[in-house]
Design a protein around this ligand. Structure first.
Ligand code: ZN
Length: 473
């Protein structure tokens, strides 16, 4: 299997790419429009500087060479959602090129080449309604800024494709240049798939699949296309280069059109826009704004902090989780693995159940660190810690205060006392046998041993109950 991906991501700039209309989703149809984005003759586009900055940031995040001088081109085609009958894009010289992205797949690092990242405008949207015989056109999306990220054909499995797409999504969120709302179509991808015999150096003929609107659909589409092509070849047929439409509901792809070549689009330099020139100082400034990215974090969590790849990914992909995790680890009060367990179990359950973000709760890195520290020091048991956690969330009190107020230090902590009694019983087999043979005074001896083991801190009444219960088992 040989796969290349073209990812389109809508940028979350305030205004559109070539006019000052609002860049927003879900508003009344044809209200966020002006003569420029409606493609009226005689209007002139003006490039939104932020779009260039956002794309350069993504270029840095994907280790690309940034072309400080580049231009924009017209890609000509007709469709009812494109009133100008051309899309302004970048053909020969993109803003960013020759990069790569390292992703983790099944615990192994995989490098996927990035051919280019260019800027372009989105088209409008066709609306179909059963109540109406034709199609309706909404131009609100015309001129919404996009970046297109084109990968090298380096992907060899659907799992690699998924890891690549998920990494791109989390990077877009980390550098905050896209809303990444899949359901609103803010990330879409075209999938190129070909097959070749194992060991063969030459690529087979590829088919492009459009209309892939989710990462899971991409995985299904790739698997389907992989099988389809092998079946065609094994039956003695040949693969035609074509564009196919993925129908996720049917789980099948259908021929859309024979593949168009670049010349069919009659690309030529956009005469209404100036050459883009980004000065080197600006390029450097934008590079310095890139934080530690999720794929780099995953590697660090696995290699340096000993987390599993699954846990590392679940934490790194979410900025809130990773910020909490990183701060707790920096405080150095408790083990990274314990912090990870808390974040992925109790904290994840709470945020999922309530729909709240961690930052909307009274839980701070300080409080979480203090709480885990008390468990690791043996002051409170895990089950008490869960109670303390709930009290922190509802009252915002500090864990040490809660432990004191609730009298949770081990002397009345069931979990702790049970472990202690278990140990004492294991070390005093003779007394246990005596007790079972009717020598009831052995009980007093065993309780005394437990009290001794707890250095006198245990509650004798509770200890006695526990010991009797254990002896009867
Ligand atoms: Zn406009």
């Amino acid at each position: 299997m040989v796969v290349g991906l073209e990812v389109h991501a809508e940028l979350n700039t305030k205004s559109k790419i070539y006019c000052s209309c609002r860049n927003a989703f879900g508003l009344e149809v044809n209200t966020q429009v002006c003569p420029v984005c409606m493609g009226m003759p005689g209007t002139l586009p003006t490039l939104n500087e932020k779009v260039v900055e956002y794309a350069v940031k993504m270029g840095h995040a994907m280790n690309c060479k940034i072309n400080s001088v580049c231009k924009q081109d017209r890609k000509n085609y007709f469709y009812p959602d494109l009133p100008k009958a051309y899309q302004i894009s970048q053909a020969e010289v993109p803003l960013c090129e020759n990069g790569y992205l390292d992703v983790m797949v099944d615990g192994e690092e995989k490098r996927i080449g990035v051919t280019r990242i260019h800027i372009e405008e989105d088209a409008g949207k066709l609306l179909h309604d059963d109540a109406f015989a034709g199609s309706l056109v909404d131009l609100n999306r015309c001129g919404v800024p996009l970046i297109e990220i084109v990968s090298e054909p380096d992907i060899r499995s659907s799992a690699e494709a998924k890891a690549y797409l998920e990494t791109i999504k989390s990077i877009l969120q980390y550098i905050n240049i896209s809303d990444c709302k899949m359901q609103e179509g803010s990330i879409r991808c075209d999938v190129n798939v070909s097959v070749r015999e194992k060991g063969s150096k030459e690529f087979g003929t590829r088919c492009e699949m459009k209309n892939v609107n989710s990462f899971s659909a991409a995985v299904r589409g790739i698997e389907y296309e992989f099988k389809r092509q092998i079946e065609v070849l094994e039956a003695g047929g040949t693969i035609m280069q074509e564009t196919r439409r993925w129908d996720d509901a049917k789980g099948m792809s259908f021929t859309m059109r024979s593949k168009e070549d670049a010349q069919d689009y009659r690309y030529f330099p956009e005469p209404d826009l100036l050459t883009i020139v980004v000065d080197e100082k600006k390029i450097q400034e934008l590079k310095e704004m890139i934080p530690e990215l999720p794929n780099i974090k995953i590697r660090r969590y696995v290699k340096e902090l000993g987390l599993s790849q699954v846990d590392a990914t679940l934490i790194a992909e979410d900025m809130e989780r990773s910020s909490l995790f990183d701060t707790c680890v920096e405080m150095g009060k408790c083990k990274p693995k314990s912090v990870s367990n808390w974040i992925l179990a109790d904290i994840a359950k709470f945020t999922n159940d309530t729909g709240k973000k961690i930052s909307e709760t009274p839980l701070t890195p300080q409080k979480l660190s203090d709480l885990i520290e008390q468990v690791e020091k043996g002051v409170i048991s895990n089950s008490s810690a869960k109670k303390v956690f709930q009290i922190i969330l509802s009252t915002g009190k500090a864990p040490l205060d809660i432990i004191k107020e609730e009298g949770m230090a081990q002397n009345s902590d069931m979990g702790f006392l049970e472990n202690l009694a278990k140990e004492v019983l294991a070390n005093n087999e003779k007394s246990v046998t005596d007790y079972k043979n009717g020598k009831t005074n052995a009980l007093g001896y065993l309780v005394g041993q437990c009290m001794k083991a707890s250095k006198g801190k245990a509650n004798p009444g509770i200890v006695k109950e526990i010991v009797i219960k254990m002896l009867s088992e």
